[in-house]
Write a new protein. Sequence first.
Length: 491
Amino acid sequence: MTDGLRVLVAEDNPEMLELLGTLLEAERCQVALCPDGASALLRIAQEPFHLILSDIAMPGASGLEILDRSSAMTAGIPVVLISGQVDLDTALFALRRGAFDYLLKPFRLDDIRNLVRRVQRLHGFAENEAGERVPKQAGMNGHRPQEILIRKSRALQLIAGSAKVLGETHDLGRLMGTILELAMWGVGAEQGVLLIASEAEGRMRVAASRGFRETVRSGDEVGSVDELWRLADLPSEIASSVVPLIVKGRQVGEMALANRRDPESFSMADREMLDILAQQASVALENLSLYATVESSVFEGMRALVVALEAKDPYTEGHSLRVAGTAVQICRQMGLGSNVEDLVRYAGALHDIGKVGIPDAILQKPGKLTAEEYARMKEHPVVGWKILTLFSFLREEAVIVRHHHEWMNGGGYPDGLKGEETPLPARILAMVDAYDAMTTTRPYRASRGHEQAVEELCRCAGPQFDPEVVEAFASLSPQDLCVPATASSHT
C-alpha cells in the first residue's frame, strides 16, 4: 500500500495524544493531532480525512459535538469516540447518533491496528491476496456491508463490557430498558418491547418498551405478541422477530422487535445477536429475583422485630402497619406514583425500629416521661437510621425513618429541618404517625375520634405538618384509612 489513511486525532491529554499519533503512524497513517475540540473542528472543515478519533470530554467542543458537526461537513467519514471509563448510556447515545465505534482507554497497539484495518476496508485501501486494491462496496441504504458487520460486532462487545453496569442496578425497568435499547440499535428496529410473565395465567406484562409513544406502556398486559402489535396498531405483515427469555429451562417472557428501517427480514446475524441479548435479560431477571428474595427475608426479619416491640405494649400493637397503610392512601390521593408509595410502605412499617435501643422502662411507662426519658426516646429515629443504612436497598427508607419527627418550622428532631428540607415521604409519615397516636387509647389519656384528630392536624398544619399532606388526608373518608377501632367508634 503506497499511501495511508489521513487520520485526525482530538485529545486534550498531551501524552495520550502523542501515543495515539505514534500508534497510527506505525500503521503508515498520515496523522493530524489536535489538542482540543475547537481546533479539531477547524481542521475537519479545512482538510479531508478518512478517519476521526475524538475524546468524549474536551475543552472547546466535546467528542459528541464533533460527531454531530463533522457528520454534516464530512458525510461518510467514520468518527470513533474514545473514553477512559465504561459509560453505557453515552456509548449507546453515540452509536445511535452515527459513531463508527467507541473505544476505551488504555489502548493497545492491536486495538489501533484493528481499527485501521477496518477503516482501510471501508475506504477500499485494503489489498487482496493478489496485491490489488479492494473496491468500496455499498449496501442497503448506502451502508457498506463491512460497516454493518463491524457495528454489530461492536454492539456485542458493548454488551459484554456492560456486564458490570447491568450487575450494579436492581431497577428492573432501567435494566430491561438498557437491554432493549441495545437490541433495537443492533438490528435497526424502530419498535421494541420486553415482556415478562404476569401473575395472571397466560398473560405477559410490559417491562420495557420503546418506539410506541402512548399506545404501549410499561405495566400494560397482553396475551401474546400479536395482541401487542394490534394494540400498537401495527400492520400484520410487518417484519418482526420474537425471542424467548429462558430462566432455568422455563420461559419467563419474550423480547419482540418490529418495524425495521430496511425492508428485509431479520437475518441470522440479527437473530444471534437477539439471542445473546435475551440471555442477558434472562440472567438479569434471575438475579433480580434472587435479590428480591434476600430483600424480602431481611425486611420480614426487621418487621418481626418491630412486631415484637409493639407486642410488649398493647396500646401500640399494629401501629407501624397502620401508619404504612394510611401513608400509602395519602400518596394515592396526592398522585405521587408507585415509587413513593413503596417508600412510605416500607419506611412506615419500619419507622419505629429504632425503639429497639430504648429501654423497656421508658417504652412501657404508663405516665408522662421525664425530660431525660423524653430525650432518650427522641433518639429512636437516629437509631433506626443507623440500622437501616447497613442495607443498601433500604437507604432511602433509612433517610425517611430518620426524619419522620421533623416539623415544618424546624422545631422537630433530630436535625431541626425546615419545610421541604424534609423529604416528602417523611413529611407524610410525620403526620400519619401523629394521627395514629391521637386515635389510639393510651394509659394516660383517651383516644380522639377521627374528626377531632383531623381538626388538630389542620390546626397544626404549617408550623408542624405539611399543609398539602394534611389537606390530602382530610379529603379521605375514615373508610379509606387504616384507623384503629377506637378511632372509628368515636366518630
